[in-house]
Each structure stands twice: as C-alpha cells, then as structure tokens.
Write a protein that binds this ligand. Structure first.
Ligand SMILES: Cc1ncc(COP(=O)(O)O)c(C=O)c1O
Length: 296
C-alpha cells in the first residue's frame, strides 16, 4: 500500500464491508455522483471515539427526511459500518464521512426512478491543521456568491450539493483569502464555505440565527453550550457585514477544525489582527471538551 493510501478505508453498503479505496467503486448512474442527490455528515474521532456521533446521525436523518430520501439503514447499521471502517483503517485519529445517496436511476432527475440508497463511509487520517492556524488565525473574504435561498434549498439540510460553496471558496482563493464568508439573499452574514461564524462585539458573543439560513452546525451548538457554561451566553441574531468587519473577535466552527480564529477580513485586520481572548478560551475549552487535549 502506498503511503498516501495508508489509513484510508471505504465502506460500501453494496459490499457490506470496508474496502481499500481503489476497490471501492460505485455506479456511474449513482445520483449522488450525477446530481449531488445525497446527504452527508463529516465528523472526527478524538481518542479513537467519534465526536458527537449521536447528533451527527440525527442530522443525517433530518437532512434525508428534508429531501424525501428514505434511509433503509438503522443507526446501529451505520454505527457498525463506521466501527468496522475505523478498525480497518487503524489511524491514531480519523475523519469520518458518512454519505447516503438516493441510489442509481436512468439518466433522469426523476427521484421516483431511483433504486436502493447507497451508504458510503470514508475513513481517512485526521488532517491536523497547523498550530499557526489557531495561534495566528485565518484570512477570509466576504464573497459575492450568496447562499441559495432557503426557498430553493433549506440550509439546514446537509446535502451533497455544494456547488455554491465551492464557487464561494474559489472566489475567496482568487482574492488571496483562505476561506469565504457567504451572505444570505438579504445580504446578512450567513456562514463560511464549510463552517459557522461567531463574532464578539460590544462584549457579546453573537452568531447568525438559524433563520438567517445557515446549517445547524454541531460544533456551533457545542460552542453555544460551552460559552453559556462560561458565562457568555450566545445571542443568535442577524449580523451585517459591517458588524463583522468591526467585530473585536471573529471565529469559525466546524467538526473537523473545531473553532478557528479569523484575523483578516477582505485584507484588513480584525481588531488588532491578533486572536482575541474569548476565541482563545473557547478554542481550548472545545478541545478539552471533545478530549483532544487533556483536562486541566
Ligand atoms: C455549510 C456548512 N456550515 C457549517 C458547517 C459546520 O457544521 P458542523 O459543526 O456540524 O461540522 C459545515 C460543515 O461541513 C458546513 O458545510
């Protein structure tokens, strides 16, 4: 096995077991491949255990229900598939991606034509982000590409269709930024390309409300709980780009990266350009909470 393939295993429901990636092949008629007609979750392990697995499985089902995709696998089936794949991959820590597609059909978008849904579980070594990311922060660009209106695609559904987020990220990269901040159809701050946004302003911790049209992020929820327990209740509200630019602190959250500070927006520093004290505290509390670093 080549070094690059080490620790990568893929479970396919059609095979019923974890496979090496080169053996894990799916139909070219799969609707996930053709149309992004699928739902997915990405999570990580800490000390070998999946972080917030129960919440991820619940959101997978909510996303599937939202697009009328009946998942024929029980949670126990999916957990078993994850466990088998983690054992086969043998990583210290892993990223786990669970995908359920609507199965195959002829070349038609008609969902009634689809066959049995396909479950895919990818296990890859957890990509550790460099410590400088957490100590120095990210640069972001507020991009023109808007979130799809919730009347077209409900942002709370985590589906395989990420083309507008990909376009957002491309625009950010062209503008020399590492990540994108997307606005909703009204121009309010929504979320990152694959993350939720928090700001500290006037001593308050704020995040765009779910009504803004953002994913109900699992890290977002955990950060809200931790912040509350530290005496910093999070206000879910509408945040406009000028508030984001003027914020004292900004950070993004996602399951794989945890909480990540943002220190540059559209080429200008956030506050003095250094990671703020509340962000630093929450990064550390989150890492302790999931077991990524030892408790005090
Ligand atoms: C669009 C979007 N928002 C937010 C998030 C963060 O969600 P979570 O904390 O559940 O990983 C993700 C994660 O992939 C995402 O794709």
């Amino acid at each position: 096995m080549s070094a690059a393939k080490m620790g990568v295993k893929v479970y396919l429901s059609t095979a019923g077991r974890p496979l090496d990636p080169q053996q894990a092949t799916i139909s070219v008629f799969d609707r996930g491949f053709l149309y992004g007609d699928s739902v997915y979750e990405t999570l990580r392990t800490a000390r070998g255990k999946c972080v917030e697995q129960v919440r991820h499985l619940a959101r997978l089902r909510q996303s599937a229900a939202g697009i009328g995709l009946g998942i024929p696998f029980t949670d126990a089936d999916i957990v078993e598939a994850i466990e088998q794949t983690l054992v086969a991959a043998q990583n210290d820590e892993s990223s786990v991606r669970i995908v359920v597609t609507r199965g195959t059909s002829a070349l038609t978008i008609d969902p009634r034509e689809s066959t049995t849904p396909l479950l895919v579980v990818y296990v890859t070594p957890l990509k550790r982000h460099p410590p400088e990311l957490y100590s120095g922060g990210l640069s972001v660009r507020i991009v023109d590409v808007r979130k799809t209106s919730h009347r077209s695609l409900d942002a709370s559904l985590k589906t395989g269709n990420y083309l507008n987020n990909i376009q957002a990220l491309r625009q950010a990269h062209h503008g020399d930024a590492q990540d994108a901040i997307m606005l909703n159809h009204e121009g309010a701050v929504a979320e990152g390309a694959t993350s939720n946004v928090f700001i500290v302003a006037g001593g308050q911790l704020l995040t765009p409300s779910l009504k803004t049209g953002v994913l109900n992020g699992i890290t977002r929820a955990v950060i809200c709980e931790l912040a509350e327990s530290l005496g910093h209740p999070v206000h879910e509200t509408t945040i406009w780009p000028k508030q984001l630019r003027a914020a004292d602190e900004v950070f993004l959250t996602s399951s794989v990266r945890g909480a990540v500070p943002v220190t540059t927006i559209d080429g200008a520093p956030v506050n003095d350009g250094r990671v703020g004290p509340l962000t630093e505290r929450l990064i550390e509390h989150y890492r302790r909470h999931i077991g990524d670093i030892d408790p005090v």
